[in-house]
Design a protein around this ligand. Structure first.
Ligand code: GSH
Length: 227
């Protein structure tokens, strides 16, 4: 059989890229990684993702695919060897997609606002972030991972919380991951971070801290503040 040709165009700090890397590792798929500078994009990125010009971009035997959650589903359907990332039951599968969308769009938005704003706006954003996580807390009750007994699609999508949120709390001097309000989320977070498939490939804490320090200062004016 001809060897699969798999490429991933990414950026070292991107949680959207990391979820794809994690899925490929779990599936045992070998690939070539191409680092992109998202501040100074190369012609390759414009060519591969002319619509959004964002990473990740996945290329499988010459076929190009953007958008991390779509890439995750493609990987799951293409490499059907265990572990399967999405549930097989149609309702459970639809709900995993629902919460994945909630995590990227609702939770991601308010958490970024909590990092980059100050004063009353930040206080409100912190409350909204905790409220969003409380919804996920309910979703986790009685389970080891969002995917059940093992890491699944939703764990990979929500995984960014585990390595970003503690840093964001430190950078913005805020408290979000309160274990009395979010016991299941906190336990999940430690389980996820120490999982053999996850723990060795996360971006280095010091490098991420410096990166978000710079990013939060740069985009703070969009949130009405100066940091
Ligand atoms: N919805 C996209 C989001 C990807 C995304 O926001 N990528 C960022 C890096 S974290 C990017 O490429 N930013 C460059 C830009 O937006 O110009 C996905 O899930 O893949």
């Amino acid at each position: 059989m001809e060897k699969e040709r798999v490429k991933l165009v990414g950026f070292w700090a991107s949680p959207f890229v990391h979820r794809v890397k994690m899925a490929l590792k779990m599936k045992g798929v070998e690939y070539q990684y191409i680092e992109e500078d998202i501040r100074n994009k190369t012609p390759l990125l414009f060519e591969l993702n002319p619509v959004y010009k964002q990473v990740p971009v996945f290329v499988h035997n010459g076929k190009v695919l953007p958008e991390s959650r779509i890439i995750l589903e493609y990987i799951d359907e293409t490499w059907k060897n265990t572990p399967l990332l999405l549930p097989q039951d149609p309702h459970q599968k639809a709900m995993a997609r629902f919460w994945a969308d909630f995590s990227d769009n609702q939770l991601g938005k308010v958490a970024l606002e909590a990092l980059c704003s100050r004063g009353e706006r930040q206080e409100k954003a912190v409350i909204s972030t905790v409220e969003a996580l409380e919804k996920l807390e309910q979703e986790l009750k009685g389970k080891v991972f969002f995917g059940g007994d093992s890491i699944g699609h939703l764990d990979l999508v929500i995984g960014w919380i585990s390595y970003f949120m503690p840093l964001w709390e430190e950078l913005a001097s805020i408290k979000i991951l309160d274990s009395s309000k979010l016991p299941a989320v906190n336990e999940w977070l430690n389980r996820f971070l120490t999982h053999p498939m996850i723990k060795d490939d996360l971006p280095k804490k010091e490098k991420l801290y410096a990166y978000f320090d710079e990013v939060s200062r740069r985009i703070a004016p969009l949130y009405g503040s100066e940091i």
